[in-house]
Design a protein around this ligand. Structure first.
Ligand SMILES: C[S@@+](CC[C@H](N)C(=O)[O-])C[C@H]1O[C@@H](n2cnc3c(N)ncnc32)[C@H](O)[C@@H]1O
Length: 417
């Protein structure tokens, strides 16, 4: 089966079911070795609104079957965003059409698009940057213009893979890779330019020298001052990125929790791979969990709407709704509420999300401070030491995205009673 047909089947399923499928995940790893295929699948997802705008400008009747729209999105992407020869892009895409009666139409539209002498640009921001319209309007309400446009621009650029170097084992300067750069903000981060084989089979990964993790995530535990032997709880730990990092940084007594039993197995394997041993694992709902000890630090890397991960997972933009943001913010509030009771006096909650949503970030941090009399810990100087630009809302910071940093929110709130 050729790449184009695999891409079509994946995208077809994706557009029809509206959720991630197992094949989709499998294709991610497969795609690492197939740059063209990966660029095509993610490019079509990333540019969906824009591609539809171009396609619709050539359609008399906009209401076409979803399978035909998928084919047209693929063909239009190949024509406008890849170096595929135009005749091949048209001919190969037309072969994907299953309904014979639509072949002529697809052929005609793609031929017209192939004759465009320049890439047309819409006036509307949501079309130009391929984001849902409601989301742009929502973001405009609480983001600066500069932040919004930086994020929109970057969301169109495929991300590179980043990893964290295990400082217990090696310095990033001593790694023997020829295809990496160092991250700008995280002192332990590396950026892979490319992979010659599967990232999961790299010796450095298998032997615990590196852990794949976004640069933003790497910064979260680095904002915290740990003392040896203090009690630290990670309430929402899977797949273990931050939990394992905490133990790489300091020998704390780490309690690791997640609601999902399968995911906790993944977390356990990550600790094993890194040869690190937490104090305790649990599989409980963070809204209700209780312990017979109290904690010095509690990490809540909350389940969230993940809008800050759009560069890696473009479809998250289409999956989210205003209702879902509200629902998630209620869930997060319940987790924060319970976590507060698990803190020692002077204990600190480290609340983080990988989303850009006012209700989930600012409003929840504000609620915790106001309803519990919590004290905001000012992390601005620390962020500046890491050369991170941010929007500060009086409670926490929303990282500005850049080449390798993705939007991330974090607030540190202390219990002082
Ligand atoms: C953003 S992820 C955490 C990522 C992780 N901290 C890391 O750095 O790798 C959120 C996690 O919260 C878990 N989760 C969702 N609802 C939960 C709940 N009510 N209680 C505990 N964990 C929950 C999910 O299973 C998911 O693994």
């Amino acid at each position: 089966m050729n790449d184009l047909l695999i891409a079509y089947r994946l995208l077809r399923k994706r557009f029809r079911d509206g959720t991630f499928s197992k094949d989709f995940y499998e294709a991610f790893s497969y795609a690492e070795e197939k740059a063209f295929f990966k660029d095509l699948v993610f490019g079509v997802l990333r540019r969906q609104e824009y591609l539809d705008w171009i396609i619709n400008s050539f359609l008399k009747k906009k209401d076409i079957p979803p399978s035909i729209r998928t084919v047209l999105r693929i063909g239009t992407y190949l024509l406008l965003f890849t170096n595929t020869p135009k005749y091949a892009a048209v001919n190969e895409t037309v072969k994907l059409v299953e309904k014979q009666s639509f072949r002529k139409l697809v052929n005609a539209i793609l031929r017209n698009i192939s004759k465009l002498s320049y890439i047309k640009e819409p006036n509307e921001i949501h079309l130009k940057y391929s984001h849902p319209k409601w989301l742009i309007e929502y973001w405009k309400k609480f983001l600066s213009k500069d932040y919004l446009f930086s994020m929109l621009e970057l969301n169109l650029i495929p991300p590179k893979t980043t990893a964290r170097v295990n400082k217990r084992k090696i310095k990033r300067e001593d790694l023997k890779f020829s295809n990496i750069q160092f991250t700008k903000h995280s002192p332990y981060g590396i950026i892979f330019e490319n992979f010659n084989s599967s990232p999961w089979e790299l010796k450095e990964y298998l032997e615990g020298y590196i852990t794949y993790q976004s640069e933003s995530s790497q910064l979260i535990p680095l904002l915290v001052d740990f003392s040896p032997d203090e009690y630290v709880l990670d309430l929402c730990s899977a797949p273990g990125g931050k939990a394992t990092h905490i133990l790489e940084i300091e020998n704390v007594k780490l309690y690791v929790n997640d609601i999902d039993a399968n995911k906790i197995e993944i977390v356990k394997n990550q600790f094993k791979r890194l040869n690190l041993t937490p104090e305790n694992f649990s599989i409980k709902d963070a809204r209700k969990i209780n312990f017979d000890i109290k904690f010095d630090k509690i990490f809540i890397d909350a389940p969230c709407s993940s809008l800050g991960t759009a560069r890696r997972n473009p479809e998250v933009l289409r999956r989210q709704t205003p209702e879902n943001i509200k629902k998630l913010s209620r869930l997060q509030k319940e987790i924060l509420n319970n976590a507060w009771n698990l803190l020692k006096k002077d204990g600190i909650i480290i609340y983080s999300t990988c989303t850009v949503a006012f209700e989930e970030n600012t409003l929840n941090s504000k609620w915790l401070v106001e309803s519990k009399n919590g004290k905001v810990i000012d992390i601005r100087e620390k962020l500046e030491n890491f050369d991170v630009k941010y929007l500060w809302d009086g409670y926490g910071a929303l990282f500005y995205p850049d080449e390798s940093l993705t939007p991330f929110y974090v607030s540190l709130i202390k219990r002082s009673d």
